[in-house]
Design a protein around this ligand. Structure first.
Ligand code: SR1
Ligand code: MG
Length: 422
């Protein structure tokens, strides 16, 4: 299969096409005629198959040469599969146990054969259903601290990090999607935008005329494009996480590139805040008060796990060229290293808030929306939930340098949600 030109798989061709892949035979069983494939991809870009055999099950993910959500009018290179594969190998080393195991990668066919996770479900779906996965907030905080710290100049040898930065710098088209869809399109009448209309029209006009917001969005875009701090996942929303009662796995790092640490953290927390603001639209089977409390607590748990683990790694694995021990601890100046950490975390905090605010806006005003809002059938209710989230996002983006704590913004979220401020 390595030398054949790219060809998209289908449920009918998959077994024949992958019959010679040793990892498939080992995991599913030796007889490909007994394999059964179904296509389950519900993301915006790729094909995803679950393939069952007599011995076991695997997932086969294949990139398409275009954006699935839009069609072949929007070509997108297959090399995103290469970046996803390489990001997964690094995440597996830096945060063991938190990504699916990779069994096989075929660069020409842009496909990855990986572990089938069961009984896991997508975290976004779990949150829409009102489930409260017990481990995910802490697991994700640890995942972010470990991958972001260990991929940076705080930890890696400078040459190795620069080589990695060069490798991922070719992920141009996926970065371009984020640069446009996240940081620019929501703030003008871009062709692929959509929003709940006419209910949100006045607020959308207000946000697009908001000079302070537009300037902050562009400052954040500059951070995103030029702040090559570490290998970020690049698309760390709740649709990129699978959960069970006892496990959390991060999937889909095809947007990986060297960017600012706060981007992953902000995107993830933004998706928790959106889950929070969507709960009013999912109360037909009963009030979601405990779910709202769970989500605000999860945000605090996740940030605190990130902060605490990052602090531990700063003390124990600071082996890179930044803030060397030779300047601080080795001279009896542990306080100096602590002061530097304080400034570093403050910068990540401020970035996180800004990126979080912008992520909320793009999921309501741009091309790619979130199921937690989209599945609210009553459009007046959907718009009311979205409006609260939009105002919250604007506050995060514009006032991020003045925001002191998650308790402060959690209180704002509650007041917006309860209509105490508008
Ligand atoms: C055209 S791709 C739209 C979005 O889907 C992906 O999951 C990313 O979030 C991207 O921004
Ligand atoms: Mg994805």
């Amino acid at each position: 299969m390595q030398d054949r030109p790219f060809e998209a798989l289908s449920v009918d061709t998959l077994a024949v096409r992958l019959a010679d892949v040793a990892a498939m035979r080992d995991t599913l069983g030796e007889d490909p005629t007994a394999w059964r494939a179904r296509e389950v991809g519900d993301g915006n870009l790729n094909l995803v198959f679950i393939v069952e055999g007599p011995r076991g099950t695997v997932v086969v993910k294949q990139a398409l040469p275009y954006v699935r959500l839009v069609g072949d009018s929007w070509p997108l290179p297959l090399k995103r599969s290469f970046f996803e594969y390489h990001a997964l190998t690094r995440q597996a080393a830096r945060a063991p146990g938190r990504v699916p195991e990779i069994f096989h990668f075929d660069e020409a066919q842009a496909l990855i054969v990986m572990e089938f996770l069961s009984p896991h479900i997508i975290l976004r779906k779990a949150l829409i259903e009102g489930r409260q996965p017990p481990r995910m907030a802490r697991d994700l905080g640890l995942f972010m601290a470990r991958t972001l710290f260990r991929g940076s100049d705080l930890c890696m040898p400078a040459g190795a990090r620069k080589a990695d930065l060069a490798l991922f710098s070719d992920n141009v088209e996926l970065c371009d999607i984020t640069e446009n869809l996240v940081f620019s399109d929501p703030y003008f009448d871009a062709p692929m935008n959509r929003h709940t209309s006419p209910q949100l029209d006045p607020l959308v006009a207000e946000l697009r005329a908001d000079r302070d917001l537009k300037v902050e969005a562009q400052r954040l875009k500059h951070r995103f494009a030029a702040g090559a701090e570490t290998l970020v996942h690049g698309d760390l929303h709740t649709g990129s996480v699978m959960v069970s009662e006892g496990d959390t796995r991060v999937i889909d790092p095809e947007f990986a590139f060297y960017g600012p640490m706060g981007f992953d953290v902000g995107m993830l927390l933004a998706n928790f805040w959106m889950a929070y603001f969507s709960q009013r639209g999912h109360e037909s089977a009963g009030a979601r008060d405990t779910m709202r409390a769970f989500l605000l607590a999860a945000i605090e748990t996740c940030w605190e796990a990130f902060r605490a683990e990052f602090t531990l790694l700063w003390r124990t694995e600071r082996t890179g060229m930044l803030y060397q021990h030779s300047l601080f601890e080795d001279q009896g100046d542990a306080l100096g290293a602590q002061q530097a950490l304080h400034h570093f975390m403050h910068d990540v905090w401020t970035d996180m808030l800004g990126f979080g605010g912008i992520e909320i806006h793009r999921r309501i005003l741009g091309l790619a929306h979130n199921a937690e809002f989209e599945e609210i059938e009553d459009l007046d209710m959907r718009a009311a939930c979205e409006a609260r989230a939009l105002k919250f996002g604007r506050h995060l983006a514009v006032n991020r340098r003045a925001i002191q704590s998650l308790a402060e913004i959690g209180a704002l979220a509650e007041m917006l949600d309860q209509g105490e401020v508008s």
